[in-house]
Design a binder for this molecule. Structure first.
Ligand code: SF4
Length: 137
């Protein structure tokens, strides 16, 4: 079983109220091989919501509000689902401050990337769950 970013499965849960559908991920869910989760919604954030980016261990909105605790709360809940379902792999949305794997936006809201993991990705890796993105499949 895989845990996947809900926006890749066609769920309109992104900050802009849209999805980022990957037909491969949709098919995994349809086949019963993957469970979609959105850690930001699980953290109590609304959809749509103000854009946010990570700066080190913290996450800030475009207006400068520190919303790290919401990202951490949501990632913990999403991780709980992954562990309940005994997921060994994850396919997450690239570059997101929650789901990004290996490279994410740098916190300047200018489209620049840095080498870092999103909050949820990092927690999955710490549990030994292997993480890839829609760009890898
Ligand atoms: Fe998609 Fe993850 Fe962002 Fe939710 S938190 S919209 S699942 S990238």
């Amino acid at each position: 079983m895989k845990i996947v970013s809900a926006c890749l499965a066609g769920i309109k849960c992104r900050y802009d109220g849209r999805a980022k559908t990957s037909q491969k991920v949709v098919q995994l869910v349809k086949d019963g091989d993957a469970i979609p989760v959105c850690p930001e919604q699980l953290g109590g954030l609304t959809t749509p919501r103000i854009a946010a980016e990570a700066r080190g261990e913290k996450v800030f909105t475009r207006k400068g509000e520190d919303i790290t605790y919401k990202f951490e709360d949501g990632a913990k809940e999403a991780l709980r689902i992954a562990l309940l379902a005994n997921c060994k792999e994850a396919i997450l949305k690239s570059k997101s401050p929650s789901c990004g794997c290996g490279k994410i936006y740098d916190g300047s809201f200018t489209g620049k990337l840095i080498s870092w993991d999103g909050v949820f990705c990092k927690m999955l890796k710490e549990e030994g769950i292997s993480v890839s993105t829609e760009e890898d499949i």
